[in-house]
Design a protein around this ligand. Sequence first.
Ligand code: FAD
Ligand code: EPU
Length: 339
Amino acid sequence: MQIHNNTSLKPFNTFGIEAISKLFASFSSTDELGEILTSKQAKNNKLLPLGGGSNLLLTQNFDGLTLKNEIKGINLIKEDEHHYYIEVGAGENWHQFVLKSLSNNWFGAENLSLIPGSVGASPMQNIGAYGIELKEVFWFVEAMEIATQKIHRFEKSDCEFGYRTSIFKTKIKGETIIAKVGFKLNKKANLNTSYGAIQQELETLGIANPTPKDVSRAVINIRSSKLPNPAEIGNAGSFFKNPVVSKSVYEEILKAYPSAPSYPVSGTEVKVPAGWLIETAGWKGKTIDNCFGVHKKQALVLVNYKDATGQEIFDLSSQILEDIHSKFGIELEREVNII
Ligand code: FAD
Ligand code: EPU
C-alpha cells in the first residue's frame, strides 16, 4: 500500500482542472482497499473515491485522500436460456466493457457506447443515453462499507435507480466504495433504435437490418458529432439534469415559445431539455476570456478550453441556474458532482 502526498488531479479529471489532492492512493483489489481504509490517513481524512473523473468538478484543492479505483476483470459467471451474467471490476473502463460485450455477443449495452468513465461509477447516477439506462442491464453491485470494510451486495431492487440517481448518490452517499458490478446481458439482440437520431444515423450509414454493433457505431457517430471529446476540450458531459416540470409550467413556456420541446413523463409532468432552455436563454457558445464557457454544439455541456479553475466553471453554472430560473421559473439541478 502506498499513499502519496500532494498529487495533481489534473490528469484524473476530464474537465482538466488543476487541483492538488493532499493524499492519493490507488488500489487494484478489495484487500488493498481494505488495507488503505484501515490506515491512519484514511481514518483521519475525508475520502474521494475516483473512477475516470468524468462526472466531477474540482472547485478547490482536495484536503483529503483520493482513492483511485483500479480493480480490473471482466468475467462471464453463468448463463441461462436468455442471458449471460457478467461480473466486472469497478476500475474497468465503461466503453471498453461495452465493446468487449459486443465482441462476445453479449447484447443490451450497445446504446450506452462511448460514455466515458469507469464501470464502478455507472450505478452511481444510473448512466443513461439513447433510450437506455444502466438499470436495464444491471444485475448487482458489491461495495465496501468504508466504516467497517465489509462487502455488501446490492441487488437491483436495493439500488433505488431513477433518472441520473441511485441510492449510492443519495441515502448512502459517501458510505461505500463500489468494487464490482454485475450485468445481465441478452443472448438475443433486442435493439432499441427508437431514439430519433439513431434511426437517422443508421440510414445515413446505409444499414437497413442493424446488428447491435451497428447500433453502437451509430451511437458513437452521433455522440462524436455533438459532444466535445474530453481529450481535446475539458468537460464532464451534461452539466445539468433535464428538469421534470408540471404540465402547467410547460404550458406557460409554450405561450412564449410554441415549439418548445418536451418528453412525456407522466399524466401531469413533462421533461424539458435543459439544453433547449440554456440555448433559448442565449448561453450556447458563450465563451469567457477565451478560457471556458458553454459548448457551441450542446448547450448542456460546460467546457474548459484552457486553464479555467473549477470555481470559475462553478460560478458560470450558478449564473446559468439563476438566469434559467428568472426567465422560465425552472430550477435546474447540477448533474456533475461538485467537489
Ligand atoms: P467519476 O467522475 O470518477 O466519479 C463520479 C462520482 O462517483 C464521484 O462522486 C465519485 O466520488 C463517485 N465514484 C466514482 N467511482 C466510485 C466507486 N467505485 N465507488 C463509489 N463512488 C464512486 N453520463 C451519462 O449518464 N450519460 C451520458 O450520455 C454521458 N455522457 C458523457 C459525455 C462526456 C463527454 C462526458 C465527459 C461525461 C458523460 N457522462 C454521461 C458522465 C460520466 O461519463 C458518467 O457519469 C460516468 O459514469 C462517470 O464515471 P467516472 O468513473 O468518470 O466517475
Ligand atoms: N437542445 C437544444 N439545444 C442544445 C442542446 C439540446 O435545443 O444546445 C434540445 C433539442 O431539442 C434536442 C434536445 O434538447 O432535441 C435533446 O438533446 P440531446 O439529444 O443532445 O440530449 P440531451 O437531453 O441534451 C441527454 C443526456 C445525455 C445523453 C443524451 C442522449 C441528460 C442530462 N443528458 O442529453 O447524457 O447522452 O441525452 O441520450 O439527461 C450526460 O449525462 O452527461 C449526458 C451527456
